[in-house]
Write a protein that binds this ligand. Structure first.
Ligand SMILES: [Zn+2]
Ligand SMILES: [Zn+2]
Length: 645
């Protein structure tokens, strides 16, 4: 029989040859490195016979599929170890997930399992990994399988098989055995447990059987696995770093904001947090004005009739809040678009007016279930850096290019690494195919004209138009979707928007929805973690901590502070009767980027000793107050990045 390799070459194999045989036929090194095989795009065990004529690719540690495979293997090894340590434990499911795997267990009543047990579980797991136990697959009838798991008192497995019979009409199921452990599992698995090069159990939590709060509460053990010890160490370091940088923790430590049950999902911004907000807001105001946007402000309460026209009543009602005002039903806006449309519609528009660009720091409310709220990252009270552009179809490409350039300008300030995704027409959509053709082409042309690389997500566009999403990698390598540029044919249609063309006829404008931060709340949350609370000067709530060496110099410190305030800077005087050493240590902890130490010498010369965050070893620079103001003001005006020197 014959199979085709990724480079198009054909490989002649014996009848009944397996993926392992194919790997060996290509080369011994490959056979050693092989974990699994992709057969016509489907991942399979190396030990299974290949179908004739298959499109083949050998999966090794370098393949993108490898991690998921290894993590699923490790979940089985975890279950094997747990069953040996706690005889009578019932097992349920153990999939690979993003960044790792888990397995859900129903422990015997008297077992008190906690993360304190991780070490001995890991020790047991390591024995199985060292033994290089092979994963063997067995396909048996559902009756046999039910019989087997019933005798072993594994009720969850029995229920799973019964569901496979009901839902899929299954007649056989596959079992995988590694060492002493056999699991009901679709596979695939690598050849043996020795392929797991590094693993770690990470956490433990309760989880309902099948996610159903009325069913049994199980114990979920999470872990992760990698193909090298270095990769694991790097991952664990990143988790540690992310914990240290958690914006909820830093938000408290730096006194930026708090959350309260009085209004779940809605931050209370403290003075320090507002200083960050205002600095971002200045950036937003300045750049929108420079790029031809006109700022507007629209009400948050709007008649329900408006939400019926916009389609939100039908599609988005469950995420909205409503109230009656003088017996009139009103909805609190979850998006600003219909309100901006009112401004567009307040006048007759001609082609000469277009494009019209409105921007608003728009306050919207969206209902997120309380269980999904997460600090600033997921809130109900959202301030979008929203904008809507009304333009002709011919103007789309140019406008999209301007939006992208605007985005890159903003992201560059923070040192985010961008990744773009273009999403095209979904199955459910409004508008005819010819319009979609033109819209998708306009977005693609914009990306190509700018020489930008992007990923294509066919079918992932909104029902009202295609879009470009802007994802950013932060300093920990995590990816966030920040910006979006979305074309919309639907809203202009629903609200019967029009402009008079140069032919004197009425035409429909196209609408572009555009946000770059996403929302101020989430963006600040991301920035806190990206910087670990160590904001660059232009964003820092307290830019300069002024430290008088004793009470005698408090007046001089105040005088320096006032000069900085007059220059639009944000100083803070530490006038406490504490030692200079203690004040400097605490200023470091407060993450102020600049410390200014003042004593007799400085006062007499009209200078300050300038010390930068983290430069304990360096000599402090002496600057006159005038020089200091110039240096700091220039750095703020440039919004200089800390890594830019
Ligand atoms: Zn499995
Ligand atoms: Zn919008």
């Amino acid at each position: 029989m014959k199979v085709t390799l990724p480079d198009g070459t054909e490989l002649q194999l014996e009848e009944g040859a397996t993926g392992g045989d194919a790997a060996l036929a290509i080369g011994e090194g490959l056979a050693r490195a092989a974990l699994a095989v992709s057969v016509n795009g489907e991942l399979r065990d190396l030990a299974r016979p290949l179908p004739d004529g298959a499109q083949l690719s050998i999966i090794t540690g370098k393949s993108p599929e490898a991690l998921e495979l290894i993590r699923h293997d490790t979940a089985h090894v975890l279950a094997a170890a747990v069953m040996e340590l706690w005889p009578g434990v019932k097992i349920s499911i153990g999939p690979a997930i993003e960044n790792g795997f888990y397995y859900d267990f129903d422990f015997p009543e008297d077992a008190e399992v906690s993360d304190a047990d991780f070490e001995r579980i890991e020790t047991k797991m390591r024995e199985h990994v060292k033994a290089k136990e092979s994963f063997t697959r067995q396909d048996i009838s559902v009756q046999e399988a039910i019989e087997k798991f019933k005798t072993e008192n594994q009720d969850y497995k029995v229920e799973l098989i019964e569901d496979l019979i009901t839902n899929e009409g299954a007649e056989t199921v596959s079992l995988y055995t590694n060492g002493p452990f056999t699991d009901l599992c679709r596979g695939p698995h690598a050849t043996d447990t020795g392929k797991i090069k590094a693993f770690k159990l990470t956490s433990i939590a309760g989880a309902y059987w099948r996610g159903d709060a009325k069913r049994q509460m199980l114990t979920r053990i999470y872990g992760t696995a990698f193909l090298s010890k270095e990769d694991l160490a790097e991952h664990l370091h990143m988790i540690e770093e992310a914990k240290k940088r958690d914006h909820r923790r830093l938000g408290k430590q730096l006194d930026l904001f708090h959350f309260s049950e009085i209004s779940p999902g809605s931050p209370f911004w403290h003075p320090n947090g507002m200083k960050i907000w205002n600095s971002l807001h200045e950036l937003w105001t300045e750049q929108n004005a420079r790029r031809g946007y006109n700022r507007v402000k629209t009400p948050i309460l709007l008649d329900v009739d408006l939400w019926k026209i916009s389609g939100h009543w039908d599609k988005y009602r469950d995420n909205m809040y409503f109230t009656d005002i003088e017996d009139r039903p009103m909805g609190i806006k979850p998006m600003n678009c219909p309100a901006h449309i009112q401004i567009y519609k307040s006048e007759r528009r001609s082609y000469r007016d277009l494009p019209i660009r409105y921007s608003e720091d728009g306050l919207v409310h969206r209902h997120e279930p309380s269980g999904t709220l997460h600090g600033l990252m997921r809130v109900r009270h959202i301030t979008q850096d929203d904008a809507h552009i009304f333009c002709t179809e011919e103007q789309i490409q140019d406008e999209v290019i301007q939006c992208l350039r605007f985005g890159f300008y903003i992201y560059e300030i923070f040192g985010f690494e961008p990744k773009l995704e273009l999403s095209t027409r979904p199955e459910q959509r409004v508008g005819d195919d010819a319009t979609w053709d033109r819209a998708e082409a306009a977005l693609e042309n914009a990306l190509q004209a700018e020489g930008l690389e992007y990923e294509l997500n066919p079918g992932d566009g909104a029902f009202y138009g295609p879009k470009i999403d802007l994802h950013m990698k932060d300093s920990l390598g995590r990816s966030w979707q920040l910006g979006t540029v979305q074309l919309d044919f639907s809203m202009p249609e629903r609200f019967e928007l029009a402009y008079t063309g140069d032919d004197n006829d009425e035409h429909r404008p196209v609408m572009i929805h555009r946000a770059l931060f996403g929302s101020f709340e989430r963006f600040i949350g991301i920035l806190i973690e990206h910087y670990g609370g160590e904001f660059p000067l232009w964003l820092a709530p307290v830019q300069a901590k002024i430290i008088p060496v004793s009470d005698l110099f408090n007046d001089y410190a105040d005088q320096v502070a006032q000069t900085l305030v007059d220059a639009g800077l944000r100083p803070d005087v530490d006038a406490r009767t504490e030692s200079v050493g203690k004040k400097i240590r605490e200023a470091e902890l407060s993450k102020a980027p600049v410390m200014l130490v003042v004593g007799a010498e400085e006062r007499d010369a009209g200078t300050v000793s300038v010390r930068r965050r983290h430069n304990a070893g360096d000599d402090d620079a002496k600057l006159t107050i005038g020089e200091l103001v110039d240096v700091l003001s220039a750095e703020v005006a440039e919004r200089r990045r800390p890594d830019a020197g």
